[in-house]
Design a binder for this molecule. Structure first.
Ligand code: NDP
Length: 250
């Protein structure tokens, strides 16, 4: 493992000729990761629910002279298994493989006690944060198996390792993400070239963080750009052999 993934320095062509799918690519950390992966040579498959945001980031990537990305609008709340399979078929036809999969999209849900938690919101959070990750990974496993060294990266959180009052379904969903990542890593370790890890971004200046901590000064937080070294390390080939881990981006 790199001495410290947080201070990893990615070579400019780290991800050249790699196809990498990023969920929640339209905003926040996912947007920054998509741009950063593209700038390091990857062809990025931009997955997210708001097509207009994906188109904006598409334009930005093309304007930066990076490989032309692929637009993949998909609601992780509503997509059916057939739609995930359709996306997988498209990726297989276009690239013949998938080298990286960043499960980044997430929703916060309510900040309230379990006693007061709304059942429909609970389902929505679990669907987007956990079940969609399972369905997408399942559909994309054949394409991931075709890559020489594939990386699946799930997004966790501090509250996914130690429960905290009033974080409800969000915290529970992140515990589940850690579990899904561990189970998958163990299943794939001996039978494939796919590694599976979790990353905890830590407090980062995005809309979600602002919603969770409205009184906080955003200027006191790291920007998504500043936490990219650990993302680049884990998604790229320098983390070959690292699997079943949960790392901090800051
Ligand atoms: P943002 O709210 O800024 O961005 C979340 C992204 O997820 C958006 O692009 C959003 O799409 C997308 N998304 C939400 N729901 C769906 C859906 N149903 N289908 C498809 N896409 C969806 O969040 P962050 O960038 O802050 O968070 C990214 C990840 O990091 C999350 O998993 C979060 O839990 C985690 N995290 C963040 C921390 C932080 O401090 N920011 C700390 C710890 C963990 P749209 O653009 O359409 O809204």
């Amino acid at each position: 493992m790199a001495s410290d993934p947080r201070s990893y320095q990615a070579p400019p062509d780290l991800l050249r000729d790699r196809a990498i799918l990023v969920t929640g690519a339209g905003a926040g950390i996912g947007r920054c990761a998509a741009l950063s992966f593209a700038r390091h040579g990857a062809t990025v498959i931009l997955c997210g629910r708001t097509a207009a945001r994906l188109e904006q980031i598409y334009d930005e990537i093309v304007a930066a002279g990076a490989p032309e990305p692929v637009l993949a609008p998909l609601s992780l709340e509503r997509a059916t298994e057939a739609e995930y399979r359709e996306l997988a078929t498209h990726i297989h036809e276009e690239f013949g493989r998938l080298d990286g999969l960043l499960h980044n999209a997430g929703v916060l849900g309510q900040r309230t006690s379990i006693a007061n938690y709304d059942a429909a919101t609970w389902q929505q959070v679990m669907q987007v944060n956990v079940t969609a990750g399972f369905l997408l990974t399942k559909a994309l496993l054949p394409a991931l198996r075709e890559a020489d060294s594939a990386s699946v990266l799930f997004t966790s959180s501090g509250v996914g390792r130690r429960g905290r009052a009033f974080w409800g379904a969000y915290a529970v969903s992140k515990f589940a993400v850690e579990g899904l990542s561990q189970v998958l890593a163990a299943e794939l370790e001996q039978t494939s070239r796919i590694r599976v890890n979790c990353i905890n971004p830590g407090a980062t200046r995005t809309a979600m963080r602002a919603a969770a901590y409205p009184a906080e000064d955003p200027a006191s937080l790291k920007t998504p750009e500043q936490i990219m070294p650990a993302y680049l390390y884990l998604i790229g080939p320098d983390s070959s052999g690292v699997t079943g881990q949960s790392l901090d981006a800051q």
